[in-house]
Design a protein around this ligand. Structure first.
Ligand code: BGC
Length: 745
């Protein structure tokens, strides 16, 4: 019996606590724990009446629609992610929500994933930093955050059954790294286990994932909730470490029976009670007051606009932007999205915005009359000649045209993946026809996942990638187009020249219930950069209305565990603007880099500079950030040696580089009989022990000296195998060698 749990609680009472009482509420147990209201998330409060749906079909109460993660991630602004989190938290609290189901923080493995709009980046370092700040923000308002979807939930195709077949190196370095960072540094109240299987085991039933790693290694002390409907076997899930099945499947009796028959122990049920009580103490113990929802929404609408303006990424610009459009009629607007904004993704995250001006409304408010033609419909992809003709006439009568293109809602959503990166055919035809009659065209894109630009961008003078910007997108876009603000977003995913170039191409979304992560840890830019493959736009890219110079790179040890990497960034243009200074680390010259990406993001900082202004940026690089996952030793490992440090404006726009030397983590891998001769020779004591054994056996190794091919073959043999090669080496001798080699290491 657990003394902290009231003795009056029966097994049936406790079993009831392990699932909800409705779609959004957990079960209460009098005298122990109250019910919690859980609500989507992640970029706005999607509060429904109980009995609502988890698919984004039914209505929810009006709430601020902040930029979804695709856009928030593109700001590369950790402080902004925190402020947006705090604002979300305040709004959730004002509405009586206990836990907000977000942020989503899966890695964008393929640009086709229908839910990429809900995720931050193809990179775990950036994802981890942005998500942690977001969680801290949400929780600073007295509301719990629930990071999701744990783990390796990188596709929507067959999402409820597919097995992500991923090697341990990729798992640790790419797919779990951001979760690990957030759990360790931001202590989220909840973790949501995902629908998919990982190497055959359902995430919700994986003891290794939910207990060994999450709680054992990373120290998670919160509640693990299932994704909505993810649990198949509740007993297995509870034993694995899942606390809460949501929504309830009505099978609590099965849990009680399992506990009565010893299939589950009572302490496994008590554990859930304790965790829920701890959550309650945490939520109820805060001194943050709930604000008035109307006041919160007004403040949040302003922040939503600000965040949107930080997020849009200027891909290319021949100087047409910012538009010199102060007079009525100086700019024509074409594209249905200018009138009917595409501002968030489909599915469970869909928010009912508190306001939703269109770009057309905002431009007309600011400039007076603005000629407009829709050019296409959002319901089909076949070109409609009459719409295109009208758009061509509108564009040809104006000095400049802004063309709004993108993916209609039916093209991307939670629940399915795309099969192409192309824009709809009617929009491409519209662009072709419009650009034939004017030589001043700006394309503004609205899409949650990457679209190809290579085939058409030459027809535009500038391309502004607006992603899905939330309810403030229109104001933000107009500010950027008219130069009231300078674009400040940077890509968090590579835009490939074509889909077939992408590392996931041959393996996404898999077949027969299996998705093989064949690219391993070479995800996104890690792959493109290792191959030096041309891309349309690299990870980290984004222009502004000014340009920046980098100088005076200085790398100095801060202590035995870390370095300071400093660089001066100067705004060398004539407008104010923001630069995102990026720090990447790659292997040093002498290292065999086969399993190592060419470069990996290990630091970044966004600086705001007036024309001519300069700032000394110092980023810290820790030795443990040089670690790689050693699958054989099942641990992080920092190898001794040089690393190259790159500082620049994207993974491909490296301005300065230097070297750091790491003495490694000092851990010597113990030798075994399964280690190869090469590994024995590499080991500080192994070489000596091996040499003595060879001498004792009287083996003549002189032939090896003049035959490198024989040496290579010999060195690749595990020591144990030598027993079969007639050298007289026995199992006992090997055991003795292993003991001597490992003594004192
Ligand atoms: C989604 C989750 C969401 C849940 C509740 C699921 O379908 O995958 O992200 O939080 O529904 O709406």
């Amino acid at each position: 019996m657990n003394p902290d749990i009231p003795a009056a609680h029966t097994i049936a009472d406790k079993a009831a606590l392990t699932s909800g009482s409705g779609t959004w509420h957990t079960t209460a147990l009098a005298g122990s724990v109250r019910s919690f209201l859980l609500t989507d998330g992640p970029h706005g409060v999607r509060m429904q009446q109980d009995g609502g749906d988890a698919l984004g079909i039914g209505d929810s109460v009006p709430a601020t629609c902040f930029p979804p993660a695709v856009a928030l991630g593109s700001t590369w602004d950790v402080d902004l992610a925190r402020r947006v989190g705090a604002a979300l938290g305040r709004e959730a609290r004002a509405l009586g929500v206990d836990v907000l189901l977000g942020p989503g923080m899966n890695i964008k493995r393929s640009p086709l994933c229908g839910r990429n709009f809900e995720y931050f980046a193809e990179d775990p370092y950036l994802t981890g930093r942005m998500a942690a700040a977001n969680v801290e923000g949400i929780q600073s308002s007295g509301v719990g955050a629930c990071i999701k979807h744990f783990a390796v939930n990188n596709q929507e195709t067959d999402r409820m059954r597919v097995s992500a077949e991923v090697d341990q190196r990729a798992l640790r370095e790419v797919y779990l790294a951001a979760f690990e960072f957030v759990v360790r540094t931001a202590a989220p109240a909840m973790v949501m286990s995902s629908y998919n299987r990982i190497n055959g085991v359902p995430a919700s039933e994986s003891h290794r994932l939910l207990t060994t790693l999450l709680r054992g290694e990373w120290g998670f002390e919160g509640v693990v909730v299932s994704d909505w409907g993810a649990v198949d076997d509740r007993v297995a899930a509870l034993r694995a470490g899942l606390d809460l099945e949501m929504p309830p499947s009505g099978t609590d009796e099965r849990i009680a029976t399992a506990a009565e028959h010893g299939e589950l122990t009572e302490s496994e049920l008590d554990r859930v009670v304790t965790r829920l009580r701890t959550l309650q103490q945490r939520l109820d113990g805060q001194d943050t007051e709930a604000d008035d929802p109307t006041v919160v929404r007004a403040a949040n609408a302003r922040l939503a606009r600000d965040a949107a303006a930080e997020a849009a990424v200027l891909l290319t610009n021949d100087g047409i932007l910012p538009l010199d459009a102060t007079a009525a009629g100086s700019v024509a607007v074409v594209g249905e999205f200018a009138r009917n904004p595409r501002f968030q993704g489909g599915g469970s995250s869909k928010v009912m915005p508190t306001e939703l001006p269109s770009v057309l409304d905002v431009l007309r408010q600011r400039l007076g009359s603005v000629p407009f033609a829709p050019g296409y419909t959002t319901s089909q992809a076949e070109p409609v000649d009459s719409l295109i003709d009208e758009a061509v006439a509108t564009a040809s009568a104006a000095p400049s045209t802004v063309l709004f293109l993108g993916l209609p809602e039916h093209a991307e959503s939670e629940g399915f993946d795309r099969t192409t990166l192309e824009l709809p055919a009617d929009q491409l035809e519209l662009l072709r026809r419009v650009s034939a009659v004017t030589d001043r065209v700006v394309v503004v894109l609205a899409n949650g996942g990457v679209v190809s630009v290579a085939g058409w961008q030459d027809e535009a003078n500038a391309v502004l990638e607006g992603w899905l910007l939330g309810q403030g997108g229109a104001e933000a876009t107009v500010d950027l187009l008219l130069g009231e603000r300078s674009p400040a977003g940077r890509l968090t995913e590579t835009i490939p020249l074509q889909l077939a170039d992408h590392p996931s191409y041959l393996n996404f979304p898999g077949a027969d219930g299996v998705s093989v992560y064949g690219e391993s840890n070479h995800v996104g830019y890690r792959y493109f950069d290792a191959l030096d493959m041309p891309v349309a736009y690299p990870f980290g890219h984004g222009l502004s209305y000014t340009h920046f110079e980098y100088s005076d790179l200085d790398i100095t040890p801060a202590d035995t565990e870390s370095w300071h990497v400093s660089v001066t960034v100067t705004n060398a243009g004539e407008r104010a603007g923001k630069e995102v200074v990026q720090l990447y680390v790659g292997p040093g010259s002498e290292q065999h880099a086969a399993a190592r990406p060419a470069s990996e993001l290990r630091g970044f900082s966004k600086v705001d500079l007036k024309p001519g202004g300069a700032h000394r940026v110092t980023l810290s690089l820790r030795q443990d950030e040089l670690a790689e996952w050693d699958a054989r030793g099942e641990r992080w490992r920092v190898r001794p040696g040089d690393r190259t440090v790159y500082v620049g404006a994207s993974s491909r726009d490296i301005r300065l580089s230097g070297t750091v030397y790491s003495s490694g983590d000092g851990i010597t891998e113990p030798l075994s009989g399964a280690a190869t001769i090469a590994e024995w020779l590499d080991h500080p004591k192994g070489a000596q022990v091996l040499g003595e054994a060879i001498e004792q056996l009287g083996v003549d190794t002189s032939a090896l000296a003049s035959a490198p091919e024989l040496t290579a073959m010999f060195q690749s043999i595990p020591l144990n195998k030598l027993r079969s090669f007639g050298l007289g080496i026995t199992a006992d001798m090997i055991a003795g060698m292993v003991t001597r080699a490992n003594a004192d290491t």
